[in-house]
Design a protein around this ligand. Structure first.
Ligand SMILES: Nc1ncnc2c1ncn2[C@@H]1O[C@H](COP(=O)(O)OP(=O)(O)OP(=O)(O)O)[C@@H](O)[C@H]1O
Length: 253
């Protein structure tokens, strides 16, 4: 599969087992190297959409294609191969706090190993070099031997970014990557994402609560409300008057 980073979401709905509609007939075509920010009130379906894109959970209806290959129906080896191409960072960082930064970053490579190899920490020299490079990309090489728990929130998120880079992905999903971070740290993390988008051409899809931040970083803004897509425009077409409308449509906090 050639890596480009296109995402096609076709008629996707997700109904949770308890009957809650997480997504309601979403259609979205994302080109390679876009920086898409998804905005919406809490409960709008932003996380549900990201988790559907990398198949962290199944959808009820519709199809999602990554570089033309359907992830919604893939299984086994095919699913593992597709997933390598899609990295994700999380609101709570999801690091192993008692492990070193290096070990956390190397774990981003497990999709390329057999389970027993990664359990024993048998990472190749090449991957150790990759970990060094990834940490350099987020300016944290000096933290290589530190325990993850001893880093600040912003640093932990950037270790999350370095770990995600180990997959050598084409698609990078960020689920509320800066919630809880102060404005200065927020800028460092968002700037890291922007750099990867511009320098490596990674397709980025990030869930954010702040419209201001969306305006600063996105090439396209998508608004969700109660599981429905209610707004979708490239940044150049987002008018000041729209701004009010987006607030009214999807809210902000
Ligand atoms: N595992 C689940 N079981 C049942 N309902 C769920 C589950 N996960 C999410 N939901 C519901 O699906 C809807 C969409 O949730 P989702 O987490 O995708 O929203 P969100 O826009 O990411 O919100 P937030 O900004 O608070 O993370 C909400 O009504 C939520 O309560």
């Amino acid at each position: 599969m050639s890596k480009k980073g296109t995402i096609k979401v076709e008629g996707v709905s997700k109904v949770y087992p308890n009957g809650v509609v997480g997504l309601d007939n979403i259609n979205l075509d994302i080109e390679a190297s876009e920086f898409v920010v998804i905005v919406g009130l809490s409960g709008a379906g932003k996380s549900t959409l990201l988790r559907a894109i990398n198949r962290l959970h199944d959808v009820t209806d519709g199809h999602i294609l990554i570089d033309g290959e359907e992830i919604t129906k893939a299984a086994g080896k095919e699913l593992r191969t597709l997933r390598r191409n899609i990295a994700m960072i999380f609101q709570n960082y999801n690091l192993v706090k008692r492990s070193t930064v290096a070990r956390n970053v190397l774990s981003g490579r497990v999709g390329y190993y057999r389970t027993w190899q990664s359990t024993l920490g048998l990472f190749t020299r090449e991957d150790q070099d990759r970990a060094v490079k990834s940490l350099k990309r987020v300016n944290l090489l000096d933290k290589y031997y530190m325990k993850a728990r001893d880093l600040s929130g912003g640093q932990q998120q950037r270790v999350g970014i370095a770990r995600a880079l180990m997959q050598e992905p084409a698609v990078f999903l960020a689920d509320e990557p800066v919630s809880g971070l102060d404005p200065k740290t927020t800028k460092v993390v968002m700037d890291d994402l922007k750099r990867l988008n511009e320098e490596d051409g990674l397709t980025i899809v990030a869930n954010l609560h702040s419209m201001e931040l969306a305006m600063d970083y996105a090439t396209r803004i998508v608004g969700l409300k109660a599981g429905k897509l209610v707004y979708d425009k490239p940044i150049a077409e987002v008018q000041a008057s729209d701004f009010q409308k987006i607030y009214a449509e999807v809210g902000d906090r």
